[in-house]
Design a protein around this ligand. Sequence first.
Ligand code: PAF
Length: 288
Amino acid sequence: MTEVITSLPRWRERTATLRASGATIGLTMTMGALHAGHVSLFERARAECGVSLATIFVNPLQFNDPEDFVAYRMDLTDDLDVAHRAGVTAVLAPSTAAMWPRWPAPSTTIRVGEIAETLEGADRAGHFDGVCAVVAKLLVLTGPCVTYFGEKDFQQLCVVRRLVADLALDAEVVGCPIVREDDGVALSSRNARLSAAGRRTARVLHRALDAGRDALARGGTVQGATAAMRSVASEEPGFQLAYAATVDPATFGALAEAAPGEPVRLLISGMVEGVRLLDNLEAVAGRA
Ligand code: PAF
């Protein structure tokens, strides 16, 4: 069975013992509500590092909307079962009081700067400051490791890379491909909050990204790709677009243009039935 640890000092000890025995730790941080996307990270960690560890903690510091925090599904028993079947050796599942003793009073957060303040960061004030605080704390507690992040939250992945580089945290950050349903919808714990109709509406994100990718591949401009995504989004009545954007995948900087052959990342986010969904796709600028 997967070992469950709730005490932070015990986690520190356990991870130190594993390393002392020669193991490389592959760490996946989660907020529970585990699905096949998380499983792909756990399995990759195990395949590449030998030891796959996970954290399950719903981090209140990253919810700019308190209702979102309350609506978040938590079922530790189910999650532990998923982790166990995916070969996770041990899970850290601390209480909020153990992680953030002062919460709901303000706790320490970390601002990495501009890349955390656009797109998701602009629409969700303080979100990435809370993500960075918990990620930094969990990496410090775990010690040297390889840490696995899904590309579905592409901005989060870029922000975490910046955090790790700026604070010289002893972790290698590995980005892993998005896991999708057969109809293209990216797996997300938030999908469970959609009705069957909402779930069908959610396909628009992937359709819009495909349209953006095709526009670029035909030699269109970055602005043309963004416009193609917006146009598809506007035709779906149940979808309220938050943003459609094209960024440099290495820096997360906004792109004004892309040279033929240059890889870009297309991003989209919006609301379906009051649930915020996001998705992204790698694309390559074609020949003009
Ligand atoms: O992506 C998530 O689930 C969370 O943002 C993370 C990285 C576990 C931090 O709470």
